[in-house]
Design a protein around this ligand. Structure first.
Ligand code: FES
Length: 149
């Protein structure tokens, strides 16, 4: 016969085991969204271009790192670090090239929630129905800033 204390301990163990298993299931199924980090130090300039201060966006130190912001018209834009060189960035218009729904970051790719088109983190189309890469915006890179547009 189990004591009340022993049963309570067993229940606690079951609960914590269940919590761990649930956590693993969530991780395994990829249910935790890996959204692009909202950029900080972003300024929309008078000419409509957007200035991103690199020191305020540590995510861009790593190749494949991204930050997300909106341009002057409210369109979602991502700035992606594409390589190790100091000028290796790409600015992407996040409107899906199929029908214009904004794509969202999922791991190391962009996925369209509308018809599930997929793009590499650099914006190259990988899975249809989209046929064209995400649109790149012109950028000017300096040691401290990237100006997009
Ligand atoms: S709008 Fe993106 S796949 Fe259709």
């Amino acid at each position: 016969m189990k004591s009340i204390e022993g049963e309570a301990m067993q229940n606690e163990k079951d609960l914590s085991r269940r919590a761990v298993l649930c956590g693993l299931a969530v991780l395994t199924l990829g249910l935790i969204p890996d959204t692009a980090i909202a950029a900080t130090g972003v300024k929309v300039l008078a000419n409509g271009k957007v200035e991103v201060t690199l020191s305020k966006n540590p995510a861009l130190k790593k190749v494949g790192g991204t930050v997300q912001f909106e341009d002057g018209s409210g369109q979602a834009i991502a700035l992606v670090r594409t390589g190790k060189s100091a000028s290796a960035y790409r600015a992407l218009n996040l409107a899906c090239t199929h029908e214009g729904t904004n794509v969202t970051k999922s791991g190391s790719k962009w996925v369209c929630p509308n018809h599930r088109a997929e793009f590499s983190i650099n914006g190259d189309v990988k899975v249809g129905p989209a046929r064209a890469n995400l649109v790149q915006l012109p950028i000017k890179v300096s040691t401290t800033k990237v100006v997009v547009g």
